[in-house]
Design a protein around this ligand. Structure first.
Ligand code: HEC
Ligand code: HEC
Length: 84
């Protein structure tokens, strides 16, 4: 095996490990309350992408602020899952 292949393998393993350890378990789920009911409805009728686009109507600097160390301001549903 070439050195480059080893690096490729290590890189792939690191990416898988990263995705595996993604904050799914600890990241807060989207609360199933009146405010977020529309997200659940949109998710069920139009899918993940459409629902994700609604978040920023309220979750923005002038609305509901993010925690200071919040990782990303897009693709909310990638990390914040719906309640079961
Ligand atoms: C209509 C406005 C509105 C929209 C749209 C909205 N949210 Fe929220 N969200 C709120 C408010 C207000 C709170 C704060 C409630 C609180 O602090 O108790 C909140 C709280 C949260 C919380 C924190 C819950 C907790 O336990 O502290 C998460 C996570 C969240 N929203 C995710 C989302 C995601 C993801 C979307 C898009 C799919 C979304 N929200 C769309 C208004 C909204
Ligand atoms: C890369 C993963 C990731 C993405 C993408 C992401 N978040 Fe978060 N979010 C976190 C983590 C980690 C925390 C802090 C710890 C926790 O919630 O358990 C957090 C915290 C929050 C909180 C505060 C929860 C509290 O403690 O009260 C809100 C609200 C929130 N996120 C909303 C959103 C919204 C809205 C989006 C999309 C615009 C989004 N997040 C995208 C990972 C993410």
């Amino acid at each position: 095996m070439k050195k480059r292949d080893i690096f490729l393998l290590l890189g792939a393993a690191a990416i898988i490990a990263f995705l595996w350890m993604a904050p799914e378990e600890t990241t807060k789920r989207i609360p199933k309350n009146e405010i977020h009911q529309r997200m659940y409805d949109t998710f069920n009728t139009k899918g993940k992408k459409a629902a994700g686009e609604l978040c920023q109507e309220c979750h923005n600097a002038d609305g509901v602020p993010f925690p200071e160390d919040h990782p990303a301001k897009y693709r909310c549903l990638f990390c914040h899952k719906l309640e079961q």
